[in-house]
Design a protein around this ligand. Structure first.
Ligand code: CA
Length: 527
């Protein structure tokens, strides 16, 4: 019987479809399972499309994702809006830009109830002025401002807590080509209180408020703009709890000023300004400031409350430890304790999980296609670097694990959670590129007779090179080893493919760098 050598549902080369399956061609000349538009919406919200992918430029990848978002909006607009709100509000995504973009699409391109829901979600999704400016801009792209946009923006400025609004007004004065004055002129909010009225007048006409207690930060801001001495500036910053954005440029290299800023600095701003605070001499070994920074970075509660995303920490670590900015203009000497604290903070920023005690094989795809694009828009954060970082999260929790890297074959890459993240990033970056065979983790485990309960494959599912599909390799593994092993696929590119078979209950498709992923996959491994 020669025919079965050519066609079999148990062993099919990756460049052919498994007979009778729902597989579709991927971009690499192989076959993978399609994911539905809702998964694509989630992938877009979490991974974004910055830098494109190996197979598509940024424009093309964004366009394809926007089409998927639009199909969700047309299919069930209320569900789409709820999803956008949930992912944005929970802090599961590294960046809010995709959520703002998707929300603007729902607000302008959805049916009436969808549009209503989208505008109602504006305060939850556009939490800062920057987000609101982005929303104002995105709405322009999808048909322009209408009455509903005007109402939503006015509502943002009519919120009860006028002190919060004053903080937003001094902190972000302009972004994305928009200012608060622009938005106030366009939206005409009705001032709910005298203090609101005074605040609007300050924003639009520069009229300094008399002495409303809630608007004290405006007064502080005005005084700070006139300050020339660092001592005076530091006093104002402390007294009025002013953020660093309010500090005049010429005072931004003073350690005194930064020491005052650090007192009330939000954690996200602190993480972003570590290099600056080191360069100007505030963060040095043994200093009080260093002790404070390190303490906060190791405080899980604080990290969770501030919704600091692990990707932001990883990006900060990557820049900080190299001692110079991306363009090389500024240099600093990294403080070792800060580097170590960032390393710890990365793990703390994920949802807390307990070890399952299962046996894990963590297989990271380091093939050529994983080396292009910037996950969540972070420069240098290629999918494979992001994937290597994600393996450490599970490896750090689970005592029984093996980490392997693969392309068309096994690639030696000794990484372990005992290593610092930035070393892992550097090591992963330095690997050569090759073709892709996502069946390698299962094949390798079969060959070495490794006892594995859960395979996690970190990939873009653009697999094409192997003689057998990953799902078939898993079935072979289960049979040969007598272990009902599961397969979890973590996606690192917002494309429509997965190597996980949606019809196999032992397989799960999730998104890399979703903060809820460690909890999700340990649940799946146990149940
Ligand atoms: Ca590949």
């Amino acid at each position: 019987m020669k025919y079965v050598r050519h066609v079999s549902t148990r062993v099919t080369p990756q460049w052919e479809q498994i007979p009778g399956s729902t597989q579709i061609p991927n971009s690499a000349g192989g076959y993978a399972f399609p994911v539905d538009d809702w998964v694509r919406l989630d992938r877009f919200l979490i991974l974004g499309s910055e830098g494109g992918s190996y197979y598509a430029g940024e424009r093309e990848l964004t366009r394809k994702n926007a089409e998927a978002v639009l199909r969700c909006i047309k299919q069930d607009g209320l569900k789409a809006v709820a999803r956008i709100r949930e992912i944005s509000h929970s802090g599961r995504a590294p960046r809010n830009d995709p959520a703002i973009f998707a929300l603007a699409m729902a607000a302008k391109l959805g049916e009436e109830p969808t549009r209503k829901a989208a505008f109602a979600a504006v305060p939850d999704v556009a939490r800062t002025s920057t987000h609101l400016f982005q929303f104002a801009e995105a709405v322009q792209a999808f048909g322009g401002w209408g009455r509903a946009t005007t109402r939503a923006v006015a509502g943002w400025y009519e919120r009860e807590k006028v002190g919060e609004l004053a903080y937003q007004a001094v902190k972000y004065r302009q972004r994305e080509g928009w200012t608060h004055a622009d938005l106030l002129r366009l939206s005409h909010p009705k001032a709910p209180s005298a203090a609101h009225k005074e605040l609007y007048a300050w924003i639009v006409d520069g009229v300094v408020p008399a002495d409303a207690e809630a608007l004290r930060q405006i007064e502080g801001f005005e005084q700070l703009q006139k300050a020339t001495a660092a001592v005076e500036a530091a006093r104002l910053i402390t007294e009025y709890k002013l953020p660093w954005e309010t500090v005049p440029t010429e005072l931004r290299s003073s350690p005194e000023v930064w020491a005052a800023l650090l007192e009330e600095m939000p954690l996200t701003a602190m993480i972003r300004n570590l290099a600056t605070m080191t360069r100007i001499g505030l963060l040095v070994p043994m200093s009080e400031a260093t002790r404070k920074v390190v303490g906060e970075l190791k405080d899980r509660e604080r990290i969770r409350r501030a919704r600091v995303h692990p990707m932001a920490i990883l990006a900060a670590l990557k820049t900080y430890e190299q001692g110079h900015g991306e363009r090389g203009k500024h240099t600093w000497t990294p403080v070792q304790q800060v580097v170590d604290a960032l390393n710890e903070a990365f793990y703390l920023a994920f949802d807390n999980v307990e070890a399952t005690g299962k046996r894990w094989l963590l297989g990271v795809d380091v093939s050529g296609s994983m080396s292009m694009g910037a996950v969540a828009g972070v420069a240098g954060m290629t999918p494979r670097v992001a994937a290597a970082a994600m393996t450490l999260v599970t490896a750090a929790t689970e005592p029984h694990h093996v980490v392997m890297a693969f392309q068309g074959s096994f690639v030696p890459l000794g990484i372990s959670p005992r290593e610092r993240l930035d070393d892992v990033v550097r090591k992963t970056n330095g690997l050569p590129f090759g073709r892709t065979d996502c069946a390698q983790p299962m094949l390798n485990a079969t060959e070495r007779k490794l006892k594995i309960d859960a395979f996690v494959v970190y990939t873009d599912s653009e697999t094409w090179y192997g003689q057998i599909h990953p799902v078939q390799a898993l079935q072979q593994y289960r049979q040969k080893m007598g272990i009902p092993a599961k397969l979890i696929v973590q996606a690192f590119v917002a494309n429509p493919f997965s190597i996980a078979d949606p019809n196999d209950a032992g397989m799960l498709d999730v998104i890399g760098f979703d903060t809820s992923v460690p909890a999700l996959i340990s649940d799946f491994a146990v149940n």
